[in-house]
Design a binder for this molecule. Structure first.
Ligand SMILES: [Zn+2]
Length: 114
């Protein structure tokens, strides 16, 4: 039975994808029938999909049009509204939220407004 533990050494998601992309080269050709190749391809697609969700996407920013209003942030992947103080991942699609180049204070670009 598959045991899903959260321990032990791990490689990064991208390294895992790279490993599984090269793995078929080390498997005997006699073992790689059509059914195996199809299942392997489906599993690799799932791995790529799951790893892609962990790669941060910068949010879309709608700048506040006047003082007293906050900038509006939405998910760069699906457009769902984000609470930048709280959300590290999009609540709708699960994609990691990139924060490079954003103000450290969080969602408000108008940090001098009380
Ligand atoms: Zn999203």
């Amino acid at each position: 039975m598959l045991e899903l533990t959260n321990g032990g050494r791990c490689v990064s998601g991208l390294d895992a994808v790279e490993f599984f992309e090269t793995l078929p080269d080390s498997i005997d050709d006699d073992l790689k029938d059509e059914a195996f190749c199809n299942e392997y391809g489906y599993a690799l697609n799932r791995l790529r999909y799951e790893v892609s969700k962990s790669i941060p996407i910068p949010p879309k920013v709608l700048k506040a049009y006047s003082k007293g209003h906050k900038d509006f942030y939405s998910c760069g992947a699906c457009g769902f509204s984000l609470r930048m103080e709280i959300d590290k991942y999009c609540p709708n699609c699960g994609r990691a939220v990139g924060r490079v180049g954003l103000p450290h204070e969080g969602a408000s670009g108008n940090t001098n407004v009380l």
